[in-house]
Design a binder for this molecule. Structure first.
Ligand code: PLP
Length: 336
C-alpha cells in the first residue's frame, strides 16, 4: 500500500464481521475473510430498500496502538436509523465490540501517515426472500474496513441546489439510509456537469434555507460566530459536526445553531463577511469551500491562512484522534 496515494473506498482490508438477525435475535457472529457473499435475488433490501449504514475511523497513536473516534455515537445513530427504517436495533456494546474485534484482526491495515486512517463501514440490510412491501424479518449486519487518505485533496466548489431535494419533513433525511444517497446522485451529476464538486441542499418546501452537503454538515464562520443549520428531521446529525461545535465552544467561539436563509448567506458572502465555509463529516473531516454558487452567481470565499479556524480545528481533531491532544470529552477509545 502506497500511503501517499490511497484511493478512497477502493482498497479493502482482509476481514469482515458478519452476523444475522433471525427469529428476533442477532446470532452467528463471525469474523471471516473479506469477499463476495451469496444472496438470493429476492432479498427485500434490493427491491424495497431497507438498508442503512454508518461510517467511522480508526487511527494509530504514537505508540502504534489502535484508536477509534466516538464509536458509541455511531452505534446510537445506527439504531436511530434502524428504528426509522423498521429494522432491528443492535445492542451498542455488541456494535462496538464487533468494530474492536475486527480492528484487532486487521490492525496492520491502519495506515500511519498524517491524514490517513482506516475507514470503518458498518451496515445492515434486509434479507427476507419475499416480494411484497413489508418489514423484513431477517437481516444481515456487516462491517468491513478500508485504508483511506484524504477525501478531497482540494478546496471544493459547491452549488446551492434550489430545484431538487434531498429530504423533506417527515421523511428519512435523519437516517443514514442507502436510498437517500441514490436519490442525490442525479442532482449531484447535474451540478458536476456545471463544474461544481458538490451540492448544498436547501429545504424541500421553499428551497430558502441551507440544509447540508452530500455527506457533510455545513458551517460558516462570520466574525467569531460559527453558524450551522439546526439538525431538524431533514439533516443527518453528524458526529463530526457535534465534535467541531463542542471544540469551538471550548475555544470561546460563539455558536449559532439556527436556520440559515440563503438570501442572508449570499448577502454576507457579497459583503465579504463570511470568513470561512466548510463541510464536516467523517470521510473528509473538514472540507474547505472555495466558492458557493447560487442562482447563476459564484461567490468566492477568502483564500486560506495557516491560522484559519477550519485548519486549526482539522489539526486539533487529527491530534485528538491520535492521542496527541488531551481528550477532555472522552471521545477516543483505545483498542486493547
Ligand atoms: C454521514 C453524513 C454526515 C456526516 O456525519 P459524520 O457523523 O460527521 O460522519 C452528514 N450528512 C450526511 C447526509 C451524511 O450521510
Amino acid at each position: 500500500m502506497d500511503e501517499d496515494n490511497i484511493p478512497f473506498g477502493k482498497v479493502f482490508a482482509d476481514h469482515m464481521f458478519e452476523m444475522n438477525y433471525v427469529d428476533g435475535k442477532w446470532s452467528d457472529m463471525e469474523i471471516k475473510p473479506y469477499g463476495p457473499m451469496e444472496l438470493s435475488p429476492a432479498i427485500s433490501a434490493l427491491h424495497y430498500g431497507q438498508s442503512i449504514f454508518e461510517g467511522l475511523k480508526a487511527y494509530r497513536n504514537l505508540e502504534k496502538e489502535t484508536m477509534v473516534f466516538r464509536p458509541y455515537a455511531n452505534a446510537t445513530r445506527m439504531n436511530a436509523s434502524a428504528v426509522r427504517m423498521c429494522m432491528p436495533e443492535i445492542p451498542k456494546e455488541l456494535f462496538v465490540e464487533a468494530v474492536f474485534e475486527l480492528l484487532k484482526v486487521d490492525s496492520q491495515w491502519i495506515p500511519n501517515k498524517a491524514g490517513t486512517s482506516l475507514y470503518i463501514r458498518p451496515f445492515m440490510f434486509a434479507t427476507d426472500n419475499y416480494l411484497g412491501v413489508k418489514p423484513s424479518e431477517t437481516y444481515k449486519f456487516l462491517i468491513f474496513t478500508c485504508p483511506v487518505g484524504s477525501y478531497y485533496t482540494e478546496p471544493v466548489k459547491v452549488k446551492i441546489e434550489t430545484m431538487y431535494s434531498r429530504a423533506c419533513e417527515g421523511g428519512v433525511g435523519r437516517a443514514k439510509a442507502a436510498g437517500n444517497y441514490a436519490a442525490s446522485l442525479y442532482p449531484a451529476r447535474k451540478a458536476k456537469e456545471e463544474g461544481y464538486h458538490q451540492l448544498i441542499w436547501t429545504d424541500a418546501k421553499e428551497h430558502k434555507y441551507i440544509e447540508e452537503s452530500g455527506t457533510m454538515n455545513m458551517m460558516f464562520l462570520v466574525d467569531d460566530t460559527l453558524y450551522t443549520p439546526t439538525t431538524s428531521g431533514t439533516i443527518l446529525p453528524g458526529i463530526t459536526r457535534d465534535s467541531v461545535l463542542k471544540i469551538a465552544q471550548s475555544w470561546g467561539y460563539e455558536i449559532n445553531e439556527s436556520s440559515i436563509h440563503v438570501e442572508e448567506l449570499t448577502r454576507l458572502l457579497k459583503a465579504g463577511k463570511v470568513k470561512e465555509a466548510f463541510g464536516t463529516g467523517t470521510a473528509a473531516t473538514i472540507a474547505r469551500i472555495k466558492s458557493i454558487g447560487y442562482d447563476g452567481v459564484d461567490y468566492n470565499l477568502p483564500s486560506f491562512a495557516e491560522d484559519d479556524f477550519s485548519i486549526r480545528i482539522l489539526n486539533f481533531l487529527e491530534d485528538l484522534k491520535r492521542g496527541k491532544e488531551e481528550d477532555l470529552w472522552s471521545w477516543v477509545y483505545k483498542v486493547n
